[in-house]
Design a protein around this ligand. Structure first.
Ligand code: ARG
Ligand code: ZN
Length: 474
């Protein structure tokens, strides 16, 4: 589902290949573009259709890493189509489009071209059923495998690409959808995904099927799967939402610290809602696993590496991932180069939480981060507003990104600052937006010219000058 017009037509050169990113409006039916038009990832997403819902129904055997099943996609065409692409890396056995078998071929790793028997008309609902089976840990796309095998299960948790290793999709934040994720696993492991656990079912001895539902528009990468011997706890938040947490028992000594952090999620989400406006989703929670080295803002239920809790409780990371529920999950990126809209604000939320806890104000934390990087450090050479693929998750996107947010707050004052944040999440809720949209809103709400401030903090290499005579004050 798209709540906003896509980026315009254009072509991007990546290495040797020039990729046509969107087809022009023409009378003749044409193939859908193999990408959504994102300069960082030309093959991410696809052209010609818009997904409303994914129904993912799988069986997973941890002992062999065998994943098999069917994904049914409900979409609407946005042009007359002779063929269209799906982003997917696993071995497909059949595809049906509107109930008729369709031809398909792999055009490059992770890119599947589907040709229905007849061209598809414009603005028509389509149903695409993809049947597949594979060993995801063996699937390499662009030199990378996002699927993480663990001793007793696996994790489909990654960013920017994660879906290709477990379900076919239009893999770009500009096409969010609702989800039903149903995964059958051996009785001795749990299968966690996003949203609400609708029910657990059994139809054969030794296996249990876990049925999860996400009812709000959700990014492909924010849809995750975690299989393993988790300790699963289900309760409710004070305001009555399902609260589900899951802990990897192999966290060992860190397990208690993980619980002392993640169990506080409803309190932290309540604080963030007091800053940003109402929490956008139907459930809360968290999953802690030894099977990854980072944390990810899975919608409704972030996933955390146990490494965040090795030296004790860490509510900072809980504040960060839950701030992404507003900044990233509800308001999504128009392009991957806009990553500051996710990481700058989630990092700034850590400062706000610190201030709320009496552990240092946001201004103090921003100043400390600023002072801790000497002017000649490579840190200042990364542009948070356009870091490039290699530096997309560089510290500068997070830390200089949070300084940029503090610089805005200093420039416009608290009243305008929080009005901008709340206006932003209200205006773009369930959709996607770009940095230029944020700058325009900030200027509009504050009534101040801010282009130079954002230019300095997000788009100019080098350490910005601060202080009474500097151009920018933190
Ligand atoms: N959005 C995640 C976070 O802030 C970062 C994910 C980084 N991705 C990765 N593959 N390391 O917290
Ligand atoms: Zn983040």
């Amino acid at each position: 589902m798209r709540l906003r017009t896509r980026a315009g037509l254009g072509a991007v050169t990546t290495g040797l290949a020039t990729v046509l990113l969107a087809s022009t409006a023409s009378a003749a039916p044409a193939p859908g573009a193999p990408g959504a038009g994102d300069p960082y990832y030309p093959y991410a997403g696809n052209g010609g259709y818009d997904v409303a819902h994914y129904d993912i129904r799988l069986t997973y055997q941890p002992a062999t890493d065998q994943l098999a099943g069917t994904t049914t996609i409900l979409a609407t065409t946005t042009q007359e189509l002779t063929s269209f692409d799906l982003d997917f890396g696993l071995q497909v056995s059949s595809i049906r489009v509107n109930n008729a078998p369709a031809a398909f071929r792999v055009t490059r790793p992770g890119e599947l071209e589907v040709t229905p028997v007849r061209p598809l008309a414009k603005h028509q609902p389509i149903t695409v059923v993809v049947t597949y089976a594979d060993t995801p840990s063996k699937v390499v796309i662009d030199g990378y495998t996002a699927w993480k095998k663990t001793p007793d299960g696996a994790l489909a948790v990654d960013e920017p690409q994660n879906a290709q290793w477990w379900y076919p999709s239009d893999d770009h934040p500009t096409d969010k959808a609702t989800y039903d994720v149903s995964v059958e696993v051996p009785d001795d492991v749990a299968a966690l995904s996003t949203g609400t656990l609708v029910r657990k079912t059994k139809q054969r001895a030794g296996w249990t099927r876990w049925n999860w539902r996400s009812t709000q528009p959700q990014n492909t990468y924010a849809t995750t799967l975690e299989v393993g011997k988790f300790e699963v706890n289900q309760s409710a938040t004070p305001d009555g939402k399902p609260f589900t947490t899951a802990y990897d028992p192999s966290a060992g000594e860190s397990l208690a610290a993980a619980k002392a952090s993640v169990e506080r999620t409803p309190e932290i989400v309540g604080f963030l809602a007091s800053q940003f406006g109402p929490y956008p989703f139907e459930a809360e929670g968290g999953v802690v696993s030894t099977g990854l080295t980072f944390a990810l803002e899975a919608q409704t239920r972030p996933v955390y590496s146990t490494k965040f809790f090795v030296s004790g409780a860490n509510t900072s990371v809980v504040a960060h991932e839950n701030a992404h529920q507003w900044f990233g999950d509800s308001v999504s990126l128009g392009r991957w180069s806009d990553i500051w809209l996710n990481e700058g604000f989630a990092s700034y939320a850590e400062y706000l939480w610190s201030e709320h806890q009496g552990e240092g104000t946001a201004a103090e934390l921003a100043q400390y981060a600023y002072d801790s990087h000497p002017a000649d450090a490579p840190f200042w050479q990364v542009l948070p507003g356009d870091p490039g693929v290699a530096a997309q998750f560089d510290d500068a996107v997070y830390d200089r990104g949070a300084m940029a947010v503090q610089a805005l707050r200093t420039a416009v004052g608290d009243e305008a600052f929080f009005a901008i944040l709340r206006g932003w999440v209200a205006q773009h809720r369930g959709g996607d937006a770009r940095i230029s949209d944020f700058v325009a809103l900030a200027e509009q709400v504050s009534g101040k010219p801010l282009r130079q401030l954002f230019q300095t903090w997000l788009f100019t290499a080098g350490k910005p000058a601060t202080g009474p005579n500097g151009t920018v004050t933190l």
